[in-house]
Design a protein around this ligand. Structure first.
Ligand SMILES: O=C(O)c1ccccc1NCC(=O)[C@H](O)[C@H](O)COP(=O)(O)O
Length: 224
């Protein structure tokens, strides 16, 4: 089985076209004003309409209120909502029920206990994404998209096959075309996510890096 790839933080038609051409499985649209990848509803709708027949469109929010979620559901109609803030299991479950859209919870990881702790979301979310913890000492650090990796051993150390939510997790954080194959082999994940590792500068995607990332992820288990 080839690795699924999510390219996150697409904010232009050009970057979306590169992502589609390179064969991504998911694309993330960021709704977070402080992010260099933030999109407004009109741009998000344009991008989602380009992509929705070819891959899964994911709307990424951070502790969003119902008004924003309602607008995203109406205008963008994503396949999945990614909750990248401090949303509790109850809030995550409320979101998917209220808006009728599956949800993915992003969980920050520093060690194996964070991976096991994510099971608190079992039954309340449809998918998990494991990302690095944003550095508390870095002023202005975003909740995600910081290009920081966590120790992949934290994920490799946890038996995941017996639990669907853990088995289907997405690995994120500091992945690049250069390291993604090693990350896949070491952790055994079936899906990966990248944002800054395929950019030439914050918020500007690089078509060649997207292509190389997807190729490396999808052939990871075929190379020595
Ligand atoms: O990407 C952002 O700007 C962002 C802003 C606020 C919350 C989350 C954000 N990104 C979340 C993602 O899913 C990223 O792809 C993930 O954190 C990995 O990012 P990177 O380490 O840059 O590859």
């Amino acid at each position: 089985m080839t690795t699924e790839v999510k390219i996150c933080g697409i904010n232009s038609a050009e970057a979306m076209q590169s992502t589609l051409d390179a064969g991504a499985d998911y694309v993330g649209l960021v709704f977070f004003e402080r992010s260099p990848r933030n999109v407004d509803l009109a741009m998000a709708r344009t991008l989602a309409d380009m992509a929705r027949d070819r891959l899964q469109v994911i709307a990424l929010v951070v502790d969003a209120d119902d008004a924003l979620l309602e607008a995203i559901a109406r205008e963008v109609a994503p396949h999945l909502i990614q909750l990248h803030g401090k949303e509790t299991p109850k809030r995550a479950n409320d979101v998917r029920r209220q808006f009728g859209i599956p949800v993915m919870k992003a969980v920050s990881v520093a060690g194996p206990d964070d991976v096991r702790g994510a099971l608190a979301y079992d039954g309340f979310v449809d998918r998990l994404l494991f990302d690095a913890k944003p550095r508390a000492d870095e002023p202005g650090a975003l909740p995600g998209g910081n290009g920081v990796a966590f120790d992949w051993e934290a994920l490799a150390a946890v038996e995941r096959d017996a639990n669907d939510l853990l088995a289907d997790c997405i690995l994120a954080g500091g992945l690049t075309p250069e390291n993604v194959a090693e990350a896949v082999r070491l952790t055994g994940v079936r899906a990966v996510d990248v944002s800054s590792g395929v950019e030439s500068s914050p918020g500007v995607k690089d078509a060649e890096r997207i292509r190389r990332f997807i190729s490396a992820a999808k052939t990871a288990n075929q190379t020595p």
